[in-house]
Design a protein around this ligand. Sequence first.
Ligand code: NDP
Length: 304
Amino acid sequence: MTEIIDGKRLAERLRAEIGHRATLLREQHRLTPGLAVILVGEDPASQVYVGSKARQARDAGMESFEYRLPHDTPQDNLLKLIERLNGEPGVHGILVQLPLPPQIDTDRVINAIRPDKDVDGFHPFNAGGLATGGNGIVPCTPLGCLMLLKRQLGNLSGLHAVVVGRSNIVGKPMASLLLRENCTVTIAHSKTRDLADECRRADILVAAVGRPRMIPGEWIKPGATVIDVGINRLENVDGKGRLVGDVDFDSAVKVAGAITPVPGGVGPMTIACLLHNTLEAASRQHGLPAPAGLMEAAWESVRR
Ligand code: NDP
């Protein structure tokens, strides 16, 4: 029987555990983790993401600061806001919702965030740390995928992992994390010669492409664990959108050992990991050890 990995339920448990740890920080150290979320423009999907990030931070007992700036905000204004938040002691994490409007240079903005407040883990300091085995902040989506994989498979050592997609925010950090877990890692992308053949070798297949149902069941090794990061909106005949992943779920579910659905798989874990990173950033900035065993405690509560 193929297991459908319930990311929504697991993320709920993780958020509850983070909320518990945030309460301990407040009671024992008078420290309330603070997350600042910045949105430039009125993109509807981004508005929804920013709203959920802020709400879930508050629900976990964190301080949430929301900045909604107009679409034509000059880059300098955004950089000044980041500089101010970098120096704000009550703000432990800063997130700038992407994509940004064209007048703003995304790299300059990411580079302006203080690395220890970069809870998205996109700053080159954190990206470099991950690539070189350092101890920085890990991007939320790959971290969520890794948590799901470890919960599913336990020890990943020696498994062959194929990551389809090489973006800086998903594919590359995902590959680094899997390498750190001693997987043998293949990174595939748009120039890969025989993608089907690469996918068929995967014990772990992570799809992060952004092309609806691109990976059919026949590309999947029987029993493999499939993590579908893709979020693609298909318009229905009635005009209502429907979300599908990069994997063709209906055919893949017949072959895989375990698979994440879309929606309800990786997506909810991404926001839970953002809260995880904020809690960790707050602890570190106050010289406290990073909270350990969060995931294990969350899994334990799922089993109970
Ligand atoms: P990008 O567009 O930045 O990267 C897509 C990658 O897919 C590129 O590396 C590209 O290769 C590769 N690719 C494109 N076409 C093909 C193809 N035909 N065969 C093989 N590889 C291909 O996307 P992101 O990494 O930002 O996001 C990927 C998906 O994940 C999107 O659907 C996005 O919405 C979703 N996402 C979901 C999140 C969640 O929380 N669940 C969070 C973040 C993203 P090349 O480099 O050669 O161009």
